[in-house]
Design a protein around this ligand. Structure first.
Ligand code: HEM
Length: 496
């Protein structure tokens, strides 16, 4: 396989990562953010509670005219959420012009919304954010229909399937690192490289087909998925070339065609990949799933390459910034030797597990979870009318000083006994969500991340591009703003 590093496509891709204009990177945005954080806005109430209910109104404000709190959210991410919680308590009404939303902060609000005991909260809140590009993906289905579809998809995430997936992940990860990753080069960007790798793994596991990274087919899929995954952060939410919404509409069309053409061959097939499983799943009346729904599920499932790639980039960064932890994790990996990592080996990698959790805490890939109230309801003594969009914010809980000691610090031992800070509240640590929609790919995601990190650390020493380098995340796209330059220094056995 030929390395894609240095090809024309790669140069364009890296330039985009480095020069992507967003509220995070435009000059002067740091000062604007500072000014906004220190302003008091006119209070606005979401709605008057019914008389005699004893409920309080949810209060908030409209923020900057035309922009709301977009700048603070996109630049500050979880830090801004934690600040809101400390200043306003668990509920804040962000009366944004585009999507007015109640921000539900703190672990109690997260627990009530995600556990959703009375089925007060529907997934339709995601609909306003994700737009039409993920329509009827499993995350957007509700209640009984969701349970039916989740049971079908679950067949591909059982333990025996994970044991089998581990073999493919080892093989693909080692091959891609050997052939496509470039050592000793400060221009190498870890995030896009990890994303290509995770997407290749995802395609192999979810569709049963392996596609070369250097091929046009891979490039088309990668671009289309990137376009639809950037759409949620779009400020202009209608198709204007070359803006995000327009690019996402083109990407969605290509993906629909790609998966629709794969269905006839898989109907009646015996493959165990999720694409074939979906093509042959029947409901109680013996009806096959609609082709449109199969396409919808496949598009959503392929989009899930983003969180593992972000986690790998985050872990590589923290380990490059903390060489002592890097050595510890590598020593632990070295004890397992050169053989492919098996599913049952994972529990031996305790330090890697702690580092992964700490990276998920600090750089939680999914910033907020959206829901919508299906009826008038109450949340922590506040009144929420039917149809209110609510965003619960586990990533902000990950930064609260009442739950975590020195929350800004990279300190993986906080996950070990006797500290076990993640147990201070049931929802203190929830990078994979909770309740009926808890990440179905949690075990697979962790497997991928750990196998990739294991091989990366056996092969390379990870270094920051320069000593004072600090990673910066773009919370409008949930990716590292600069693609995360990490220098890979080959370890002796892998010098070429
Ligand atoms: C580090 C890796 C990952 C993280 C942090 C992550 C995070 C999450 C979170 C927070 C949710 C819940 C969203 C909500 O309730 O609003 C979710 C749902 C989901 N994730 Fe993941 N995810 C990861 C990897 C994966 C992988 C590898 C797959 C599949 C290949 C996957 C498939 C899904 C699916 C299908 C759902 C929707 C489940 C449902 O609605 O029933 N995820 N993920």
């Amino acid at each position: 396989m030929m390395s894609t590093f240095g090809t024309f496509g790669d140069l364009v891709d890296r330039a985009k990562h480095r020069m992507r204009p967003s509220v995070c990177s435009l000059p002067g945005m740091g000062l604007a953010e500072e000014w906004l954080l220190n302003r008091d806005w006119k209070p606005v109430a979401l709605a008057e509670p019914p008389g005699g209910s004893g409920l309080k109104p949810v209060l908030g404000d409209a923020g900057l005219p035309g922009l709301g709190h977009v700048i603070e959210i996109y630049r500050g991410g979880p830090e801004y959420g934690a600040r809101l919680y400390q200043n306003h308590g668990p509920l804040f009404y962000a009366h944004n012009p585009g999507i007015p939303v109640v921000l539900a902060l703190g672990p109690d609000a997260t627990q009530i919304i995600l556990a959703n005991r009375n089925r007060d909260f529907s997934q339709q809140g995601w609909g306003s954010i994700l737009g039409p590009f993920f329509r009827r993906g499993i995350l957007l289905l509700d209640f009984d229909e969701h349970t039916h579809h989740r049971r079908i998809i679950q067949q591909s995430f059982t333990r025996p399937m994970l044991v089998r997936y581990a073999q493919h992940i080892n093989r693909i990860a080692t091959a891609v690192m050997a052939d496509d990753w470039v050592a000793d080069n400060p221009r190498f960007l870890l995030y896009p490289a990890a994303k290509k790798l995770v997407l290749k793994i995802g395609m192999a596991l979810l569709t049963g087909r392996e596609v070369e990274i250097a091929s046009d087919e891979f490039g088309d899929l990668e671009r289309s998925l990137a376009a639809i995954s950037r759409a949620p952060g779009a400020f202009v939410r209608f198709p204007v070339p070359p803006l995000r919404w327009w690019a996402a509409a083109r990407g969605r069309k290509l993906l629909e065609e790609y998966f629709a053409t794969g269905i006839p061959d898989r109907r009646g097939g015996s493959g165990t990949d999720i694409f074939t499983v979906l093509c042959n799943a029947e409901d109680e009346a013996g009806n096959l799933l609609d082709a449109t729904d199969i396409v919808n599920h496949m598009i959503f499932l392929m989009f899930t390459a983003e969180p593992p790639a972000a986690t790998i980039a985050s872990m590589a960064y923290w380990l490059a910034a903390h060489p002592d932890w890097q050595d510890q994790v590598r020593d632990e990996s070295s004890r397992l030797g050169d053989a492919p990592l098996r599913f049952e080996d994972l529990e031996k990698l305790e330090t890697l597990d702690r580092v992964m959790n700490e990276s998920l805490r600090l750089d939680t890939p999914l910033l907020v979870h959206f829901r919508r109230t299906v009826r008038d309801t109450e949340l922590l003594g506040h009144y929420l009318p039917a149809g209110t969009d609510v965003a619960c914010w586990p990533s902000a809980n990950h930064r609260l000083p009442e739950l975590w000691t020195s929350p800004q610090r990279f300190d993986p031992n906080r996950f070990a006994q006797p500290r076990a800070e993640h147990t201070r509240h049931r929802y203190a640590f929830a990078p994979f969500g909770g309740g009926a929609h808890k990440c179905i790919g949690m075990a697979l995601g962790q497997l991928e991340v750990k196998i990739v990190m294991h091989h990366m650390l056996r092969r390379f020493r990870l270094e920051l591009p320069y000593p004072s380098y600090r990673a910066r995340w773009d919370y409008s796209s949930l990716v590292p703003s600069d693609g995360m330059p990490i220098v890979l220094r080959p370890l002796n056995a892998h010098r070429r």
